[in-house]
Design a protein around this ligand. Structure first.
Ligand code: KG4
Ligand code: ZN
Length: 346
């Protein structure tokens, strides 16, 4: 079975084809970074308009480059939320319309389930069960994954998501959008010993996170310096060290609490080199298997949506859900994972 995936929840237009026998057979991505850079952040209306321009040409490219006939596609999966409402509506409307035209089911996918399962697209895919650290611009979650659709939430951020903390701190330091990668790049040149940031919520039991205090800490340090390029890099480095350390401490705690031996890291911040390196190193010490998607599949992409769509179509428990041939287009800007059709076990 072959499924088309469409991702348009924020500032990347991603399309991909996943095939049950052949795996991922093609993926294309159009980034809107240049479009939003001038404004220092994503402008929702511009994002929607750009998705409209991009989706169909990308679909043509995808079909051509993978040599696939549209008639062989058996389902269309699109991101139904969470994300920017207008942007989601573009992918949902086009996805729903294509499915209607082709006479096949359409599946609205939860964006975070896409991130959660993205490491399974890789050739050295992890085996169940595993612990997933999901770190993106909107979420920071620790989830025990028993199987596809069997998720137990162990911890989450009580305030800013970790990607959001990267982006806000980058902005405070005067770095250009997109802030996370810019801050990470700058941190490479920073002195890790000059400033020390706290490791929030690590001094008490529990698996929740809090990252909003780190940006306040960054601005306090920044104001105490002469604000040179070296000061900026040193603060960026100290911030990144604190984030990586905090995530690692909570991962270790969760691995010990669950007895799991496989750790999976996904979501945009999973592309962070220091985080990848640190968890890999910790994993070696602890005897864990550590898995990541390739950096391109850490950030938003169509492949993860096609993959979830494929899994959903395979799932007999869900074959009775009414929305597959329902022509209403429903998207959700906010969508807790536990309200998705599969749901999360608390
Ligand atoms: O998963 P994603 O592409 O979109 C959401 O679903 O949110 O994640 C985007 C987030 C942004 O906050 C971005 O700054 C962050 O991931 N990010 C990074 C890096 N690459 C992307 N943060 C730190 N280091 C990176 N290399
Ligand atoms: Zn995402």
């Amino acid at each position: 079975m072959r499924v088309l995936g469409i991702e348009t929840s924020c500032d990347e237009t991603g399309l991909a084809l996943y095939d049950g026998q052949q795996g991922l057979i093609g993926h294309v991505l159009h980034s809107q970074v240049a479009l939003h850079a001038h404004y220092g952040g994503v402008v929702p209306e511009l994002a929607s308009r750009d998705h409209i321009r991009a989706v169909l040409p990308l679909l043509r490219d995808l079909l051509q480059s993978s040599g696939v006939e549209a008639a062989t596609i058996r389902g269309v999966a699109y991101t139904a939320g969470p994300g920017l409402l207008g942007a989601l509506l573009v992918g949902a409307t086009i996805g729903r319309s294509l499915a209607w035209t082709w006479g096949i089911p359409a599946i609205g996918v939860h964006h975070m389930e896409g991130h959660l399962l993205s490491p399974l697209l890789e050739p050295d895919a992890p085996t169940f069960p595993f612990l997933a650290l999901l770190v993106s611009g909107g979420h920071t979650l620790l989830i025990e994954v028993r199987a596809i659709g069997q998720y137990r939430l162990l911890g989450e951020s009580v305030d800013d998501a970790v990607g959001e903390a990267f982006d806000k701190t980058a902005k405070l330091l005067g770095l250009p959008y997109p802030g996370g990668p810019a801050l990470a790049q700058l941190a490479e040149h920073g002195d890790p010993h000059r400033f020390t940031f706290p490791r929030p919520m690590t001094d008490r039991p529990g698996l929740d996170f809090s990252f909003s205090g780190l940006k306040t800490c960054a601005i306090t340090f920044w104001r105490s310096t002469a604000q040179t390029e070296a000061d900026r890099a040193d603060i960026a480095r100290a911030f990144e060290e604190a984030v990586v350390d905090t995530l690692a401490i909570k991962c270790q705690r969760a691995m010990e609490a669950t007895g799991l031996k496989t750790l999976v890291v996904a979501g945009g911040v999973g592309a962070n080199r220091r985080l990848r390196h640190h968890l890999q190193h910790l994993g070696k010490q602890q005897g864990w298997q550590v898995h990541y998607p390739r950096p391109l599949f850490c950030t938003d992409n169509g492949a993860m949506i096609a993959y979830v769509g494929y899994q959903r179509l395979q799932d007999t428990r869900l074959s009775a859900l009414p929305d597959r041939y329902d022509l209403r287009i429903q998207v959700r800007a906010r969508w807790p994972l536990d309200e998705s059709p599969i749901g999360i076990i608390r």
